[in-house]
Design a protein. Structure first.
Length: 165
């Protein structure tokens, strides 16, 4: 018996059909503890390396990705189509890599994951001439919900306060 599949619906098609998709490329780094952290960057379709762009760091909270590959979520393409650079990172703890890798966050979830994201973002912005890491001088939208089970709202408030100083 031949098994076939067919697409019943694609909820994102009407949105994605209206935008020009950005360019994507892997961007991995070796963390200070020697762990290789995977990621990708998504650039606008008309990306100019001589121009400054606002940066969005995209991270899905949790350990559920079950493949080593890291995709570009549709929202990254949407942001890139509006002249943002999007850095999609997969920090320690993902179950797809190995038992050792997924165990990195045991009893250290917030700190270990946050360190990977912060270290990766700093390296990402330092290794290119795209960003000025000394200051953020473009509008920044911080979105958060009090029901977020991965990041306490205090983390967002700290970032907001640090940017105001």
């Amino acid at each position: 018996m031949k098994k076939t599949s067919r697409l019943l619906a694609d909820a994102m098609k009407p949105i994605l059909d209206k935008i020009e998709l950005g360019k994507t490329a892997p961007w991995n780094f070796t963390a200070s503890d020697g762990t290789v952290i995977t990621g990708k960057m998504c650039l606008s379709p008309d990306f100019d390396p001589n121009k400054k762009y606002p940066l969005i760091v995209y991270y899905y909270g949790g350990t559920t990705p079950t493949t080593r590959g890291i995709g570009i979520p549709y929202c990254a393409q949407l942001f890139a189509s509006r002249d943002y650079v999007v850095y999609v990172i997969q920090p320690s703890g993902t179950i797809a890599f190995s038992q050792e890798f997924s165990a990195h966050h045991v009893n250290a979830w917030r700190k270990r994951t946050a360190n990977d994201i912060i270290e990766g973002t700093k390296l990402f912005t330092k290794q290119g001439s795209l960003f000025n890491i000394d200051k953020i001088n473009t509008p920044l939208l911080l979105l958060h919900d009090t029901v977020d089970t991965y990041v306490p709202i205090g983390e967002n408030i700290q970032l907001f306060n640090a940017l105001k100083i």
